[in-house]
Design a binder for this molecule. Structure first.
Ligand code: SIN
Length: 326
């Protein structure tokens, strides 16, 4: 396809951040606009034409459902253009995994959508932004990138949206994939996938909704009282995700309050506050009506539960099937 191009949708983050000095520790995210970013990228000699559009210039802690909705709509219409090879979204790393996962579940496309970010601002010594961006272009340009859902590219690694999580606050190797690790390795001049595409027969899983139901994450801690549950329900939560100890456990009084919530029609997902590890179903889940988060950490378990609620899927058996899928 000779007239193919890549859409670049900018949202801000450290990849667009500057400190004003190569050695300052503090910096401001989202300072470099899309035109400047594309001008910085031009000398890299990337093969594929890039068409830029700016959606926000924020630190990703300020991402909102409204920005998600505009970005999602733009991705959908980009995909409708046969010349569009795929989309790169520049994004802050702090919530990149949430945007990646939400779009992975709701974008009706086999074309690649790749999030890229940076851990070091654009004017820092050893800044990683342009390399991550060039790697993102390499991934989107590759025909074999199709059918892998939304991807996140950082530090020469390609991660699937479902697996990726920010694991470190500093350093360019800030992301891990669980349970799969990286699904590929990329440099500006090379690309290797570690296996075949896994989303070839399932374009989209859920309809996108801008206004998703409120779901609270309850972070477990020693001595956690049961009123954490009632406070969340009183604030209007329609679903609850427990970021529990170990294999998704909580103090007995909290578990009892969560079971009461299920009885009252509020779905409850047991996830873990531990960085990595499956939360598997246990026999008590059948009795109490809990859903096991499996490999999803609390932020992504929350998004999946929101999507299930928004799409009218409240039966715990069907909900569990959604959490079981890769
Ligand atoms: C952010 O998430 O916007 C700030 C941190 C980063 O991009 O690394």
């Amino acid at each position: 396809m000779s007239d193919a191009y890549i859409n670049v949708f900018a949202t801000g983050g450290t990849i667009a951040g500057t400190a004003g000095s190569a050695t300052r520790r503090d910096y401001i995210a989202g300072q470099i606009g899309i035109d400047q970013l594309l001008a910085d990228v031009a000398p890299l000699g990337l093969d594929m034409p890039l068409v830029g559009q700016e959606f926000a210039s924020i630190g990703s802690e300020d991402i909102t459902p409204q920005i998600w909705a505009r970005l999602h709509a733009a991705c959908v219409s980009a995909m409708d253009d046969t010349r569009c090879k795929g989309v790169i979204i520049t994004h802050g790393t702090d919530t990149a995994e949430e945007t990646a996962f939400l779009f992975d579940q709701t974008l009706p496309t086999y074309k690649p959508v790749v999030l890229v970010g940076a851990m070091r601002p654009a004017d820092a010594v050893g800044s990683d932004g342009l390399r991550n961006f060039a790697n993102g272009v390499c991934v989107v340009s590759d025909d074999a990138a199709a059918g892998r859902g939304v991807l996140l590219v950082m530090n020469d690694k390609i991660f699937a949206a479902r697996d990726v999580r920010k694991a470190r606050t500093e350093g360019t190797d800030a992301f891990n994939g669980f349970p799969r690790g990286a699904v590929g390795h990329v440099t500006p001049s090379s690309l290797e996938w570690f296996g075949p595409p896994w989303r070839v027969q399932e374009k989209v899983r859920f309809a996108f909704h801008e206004a998703l139901p409120k779901v609270a994450i309850l972070f477990a801690y020693a001595g956690m009282p049961a009123d954490n549950v009632t406070l969340a329900l009183d604030s209007g939560a329609q679903g609850l995700v427990l970021a529990g100890f170990g294999n998704g456990t909580a103090p007995a009084a909290v578990r009892a309050a969560l079971a009461d919530a299920v009885t009252a029609g509020v779905p409850v997902v047991r996830a873990t506050r531990v960085d990595e590890g499956l939360v598997d179903r246990e026999p008590a889940d059948d009795d109490l009506g809990f859903i096991a988060a499996r490999a999803l950490g609390p932020p992504k378990a929350r998004i999946l539960l929101q999507l299930l609620l928004a799409n009218g899927i409240i039966d715990p058996v069907r909900a569990q099937e959604a959490f079981d899928r890769r």
